[in-house]
Design a protein around this ligand. Sequence first.
Ligand code: HEC
Length: 155
Amino acid sequence: MLNRRSLAVGALVALGTLAAPVVVAQQASPADQAITYRKSVYQVILWNLGPMGAMVQGRTPFDASTFARNAQRIATMAPMLSEAYVVESATPGKTRAKAEIWKNKADYDKLMQDFVTQTASFANVAKGGDLAKIRPAFGQMTQTCKACHDKYRSE
Ligand code: HEC
């Protein structure tokens, strides 16, 4: 049976549903949105990289189709990163991106471009399904992650 209390709860639930997107939109500044976006892209990349690393190292059996699929996903995600490095997002404490990125933007963009190129050619090698070729290509591709992290990501 409906009483005053359950009506009030119902109204609150309805309000909450309607109000939630508005609140989110007000809270996330353009800087926060850019930081959340790029971290999410890196997380998607990492999620797909993990199983490939295990296969390359022989910790799990090599599955050519999963490997090629994940490599293609990373190649698709990589070009989505550079747009997230808006200058407003150089916010100490909220991000591990070093301020040097925006001082050396041309150098940073070059590392990002290398990464995009590497992930695309790696996806092609992965499509071939030959583990003997995939292994060195995997090392080369992940080297571009390290090159950038060493220089531009703080601990
Ligand atoms: C051109 C530079 C660059 C390249 C290439 C790059 N990263 Fe990063 N990565 C960064 C920076 C800068 C951050 C810090 C982002 C932040 O905190 O706002 C980061 C953060 C991350 C994070 C943490 C995300 C989080 O939730 O805080 C992961 C995971 C990651 N990178 C994985 C990778 C992997 C894996 C690759 C290669 C396949 C890669 N990155 C390639 C610059 C790069």
